[in-house]
Design a protein around this ligand. Structure first.
Ligand code: P6P
Length: 350
């Protein structure tokens, strides 16, 4: 499916302004929130692009709340986003995968939005120049009352309540992909101008792809029906639609970015060692699922739509299957044990 590149010379600021009049209750506050976030993204992009030249690679010598080693760029990105967003008065709260608990804004700077983010996804890839990313998710506060401190329940909204979500890929080029509920648009950063230009308008994911993305190193720990699905993808078919190619970068943002453009399926499933998978529902799965669905794709935990899941904690993990609608539906059929191939001789030979 041809990717329609944008024909207009539109910066993201112009795009946000154009979208603003489309929002039923546009007050400009949402636009200003996005502009504050863009400042943080520009600062992170600058540090990522010169990480090898400044003393910002490597470890901080500290660990995060999950006991994982924190890298300098992780910590930098987290601080930059928090500091860029605090003064604007658009948020009542924010929460980061890299922070111990939610950051509640004081009454004098308390707005109606909630920002959840993963400041730097794929940080184990930082020191070897492999694509990493920032993921963000924006909700409205259920009840606007600046006098009342936001409760944790207000941050635990299902992904279907997102008003916007996006990610940035810091790779061969710096790409911002975001949606405010009217499809997905892609912007490419020109560091010489400090501008994000619209490069793909209304991105649509192919109905089916020919690539699958999963960490095969965990294969022996998978559910047998998932093993059957992966074997099915590897088994040549008469019509040439299989085998699929395996592509796995180890940064969810990068793997999902490829699936959004080329189609196919990205999976981080549960396994015998990780009963809920590895990826965070609020900071990774929800924003990525929102974008994939806005592009015409499908995202589930293997049985339920990701965006329908009621979160019970900020850092909960969830199995993730997302990508082309036909591929994800096929994976779900295998997980239910209902795919015809599972009854064939090939499958029983496993
Ligand atoms: P594994 C990066 O650390 C991350 O959180 C995701 O971006 C990525 O998809 C996943 O972990 C990779 O995990 O276990 O395959 O190394």
């Amino acid at each position: 499916m041809a990717i329609v590149t944008a024909q207009r010379l539109v910066t993201i600021e112009r795009h946000i302004a154009e979208q603003e009049h489309l929002h039923p209750h546009a007050t400009g506050e949402f636009s200003r929130l996005l502009r504050d976030l863009l400042l943080a993204i520009r600062l992170i992009a600058r540090e990522v692009s010169r990480a090898g030249l400044t003393d910002i690679l490597g470890l901080t010598g500290t660990t995060n709340i999950y006991g994982e080693a924190v890298r300098k760029l992780d910590s930098y990105a987290n601080e930059v986003i928090i500091r860029a967003m605090e003064p604007g008065g658009h948020l009542c709260a924010m929460a980061s995968e890299e922070s111990a608990g939610p950051i509640i804004l004081p009454p004098e700077r308390r707005g109606k939005y909630i920002l959840l983010f993963d400041p730097l996804d794929g940080s184990t890839n930082i020191d070897v120049n492999v694509t990493i990313g920032t993921i963000f998710s924006i909700y409205r506060r259920p009840v606007e009352d600046t006098s009342r401190e936001p409760s944790i329940e207000e941050l635990l909204q299902p992904g279907c309540r997102q008003v916007a979500a996006g990610y940035v890929c810091y790779g061969s080029s710096i790409t911002l992909v975001y949606s405010t509920g009217r499809g997905v648009d892609v912007f490419t950063y020109d560091p010489t101008l400090g501008e994000f230009f619209l490069t793909v308008e209304q991105l649509r994911i192919p109905r089916r792809g020919k690539q699958y993305s999963i960490n095969e190193g965990n294969a022996l720990r998978w559910d047998p029906r998932l093993q059957q699905y992966i074997q099915y993808l590897k088994t040549p078919s008469g019509d040439g639609s299989r085998p699929y190619a395996l592509r796995y970068i180890g940064t969810a943002v990068a793997d999902v970015h490829r699936v959004l453009h080329y189609g196919g399926i990205f999976m981080y499933p549960a396994d015998s060692a990780n009963p809920n998978g590895k990826l965070r529902l609020l900071y990774e799965a929800n924003p990525l699922a929102y974008l994939v669905e806005q592009a015409g794709g499908r995202a589930s935990d293997g049985t339920r739509p990701i965006l329908s899941i009621q979160p019970h904690s900020l850092d909960q993990r969830v199995p993730l299957f997302l990508g082309s609608p036909e591929d994800v539906a096929e994976a779900e059929a295998f997980l239910r044990g209902e795919h015809p191939w599972q009854r064939s001789a090939a499958a029983t030979a496993l």
